[in-house]
Design a protein around this ligand. Structure first.
Ligand code: 5GP
Length: 190
């Protein structure tokens, strides 16, 4: 998606050869106009997939996911990051290791908001090793629903997230696919 790719080149900062900072429009400050365009682009791509719910992970996925859900005219559900297991039977949980922080947390979904007949579109800001997206997909499957697609704003294609998701049979669409990061270097796949 050209608008997003241009913005990453203009404002993104590669902190190392594996971490990109985009705090100015996505992770700290949010540009609603760009997020709306991102949502419309996801809607255009997934409009024929029969999506009934958009699912994202707090907190950076929320802005793009809400515009995607609005464009698809379906509800948006937020997965919570809990530090400990909840043992009340009202939630599904799965353990995730964070790529950026190196810590782990319990990704949590209430039983109330995803149902067996749902076709779910998972939206996340970044795809690195696929931990977060794979965990989100596990929760959808625990709820007995179907993962209809996975939409990512920024894929770091030199990491193994996409191949992991594709091997698991998921349909992945990424708006910006980065082939290389380095000091002052951000390159895209053709
Ligand atoms: P994965 O679970 O695919 O290994 O990593 C994806 C998650 O880690 C995303 O939800 C995102 O929050 C975070 N993440 C991974 N790589 C980056 C990065 O380069 N920059 C930022 N800001 N977040 C990242």
């Amino acid at each position: 998606m050209k608008l997003l790719k241009d913005r990453i080149l203009a404002e993104g900062k590669a902190l190392s050869d594996s971490v990109l900072k985009v705090d100015g429009f996505l992770n700290h400050q949010v540009d609603p106009e760009l997020m709306q365009a991102v949502g419309l682009d996801f809607c255009e791509h997934f409009k024929d997939y029969g999506i009934t719910r958009v699912l994202t992970i707090e907190s950076s996925g929320i802005a793009p996911a809400v515009y995607t859900a609005q464009a698809l005219n379906v509800p948006m559900v937020i997965l919570k990051k809990q530090t400990s297991k909840i043992l009340n039977g009202q939630v599904f949980q799965t353990n995730i290791t964070s790529f950026t922080k190196g810590t782990s947390y319990e990704l949590t979904l209430s039983r109330d908001y995803i149902h067996r007949d749902d076709r779910v579109l998972i939206i996340d800001d970044f795809l690195a090793n696929g931990e977060a997206a794979t965990g989100a997909a596990r929760l959808v499957q625990m709820a007995g629903a179907t993962v209809a697609g996975i939409g990512i704003l920024i894929e770091k294609s030199f990491q193994n997230g996409r191949s992991r998701l594709e091997q698991a049979g998921f349909d992945v669409y990424s708006q910006a696919r980065i082939s290389r990061l380095g000091e002052g270097i951000i390159e895209y796949l053709e």
